[in-house]
Design a protein around this ligand. Structure first.
Ligand code: ATP
Ligand code: MG
Length: 201
């Protein structure tokens, strides 16, 4: 690389850094975020679990309520058990709706899970709460949408809440600070590959 080339690169990077620093300096608000992971692609729950790891790494106490996956024995449940009382883990859903085939039971399970979610959100020691597959309970109208969104919006100013599940309701998306839509480019199920231990559960 010639000297002039190196100089030009340095000048360009100096300018870029100035722009970057100015942009960072503009952002001054601290707040507990309402985060929604939705969309048809894989990664909604695993991204939420990743945030739990990040929060635990900061010494925080975190909560998890699983609204649907009750019947499954998941790897994450075993992994997080190692964190002891820094994790408040609750599996209340009884499994997928097409497995229980009993609407009244599904609604009762969703209501129980939501009551637990409210408990965790009210616990001042907890800084992050994941409400896994809450979107599914809302999609089937197992819980009153307006009440749920209002409670999420009324969370403590320093509490982060992550909601996962396909088909997030527009009212929830509207209320959220951060919404990520996982897109499905390719999924191994389509090629006949079954759910893989350690990857899917
Ligand atoms: P994960 O828990 O792996 O992050 P997810 O939370 O994004 O997945 P869910 O909608 O909760 O996905 O579905 C749970 C299961 O469905 C997972 O085992 C996942 O691999 C599978 N799945 C996710 N996306 C697809 C897809 N596009 N096609 C088929 N199966 C999928
Ligand atoms: Mg999921």
């Amino acid at each position: 690389m010639s000297d002039t080339e190196a100089d030009r690169h340095r000048e360009k990077m100096e300018k870029r850094k100035a722009v970057q620093d100015a942009e960072v300096a503009e952002k001054t608000i601290e707040k507990g975020l309402l985060i929604v992971n939705t969309g048809p692609g894989k990664g909604k729950t695993t991204a939420a679990l990743g945030l739990m790891v990040r929060a635990l790494g900061r010494g925080w106490r975190v909560g998890m309520v699983q609204f649907i996956k009750g019947a499954w024995d998941t790897g994450e449940k075993h992994a997080f058990a190692a964190f002891g009382d820094r994790i408040d883990w609750h599996t209340l859903g009884e499994g997928f709706t097409w497995e229980t085939q009993d609407k009244a039971r599904d609604i009762a399970a969703a209501e129980q899970a939501w009551a637990k979610a409210l408990d965790l959100m009210a616990d001042p020691r907890i800084r992050l709460v994941v409400l896994d597959e809450l979107n599914i309970a809302l999609r089937y109208d197992y819980l009153p949408l307006a009440d749920v969104v209002a409670a999420l919006q009324a969370r403590r100013p320093d509490l982060h809440v992550v909601v996962t599940g396909r088909n997030a309701k527009p009212a929830l998306i509207e209320a959220a600070d951060l919404v990520t839509e996982m897109g499905s480019v390719k999924h191994h199920f389509a090629a006949g590959v079954k759910a893989q231990e350690g990857i899917e559960f």
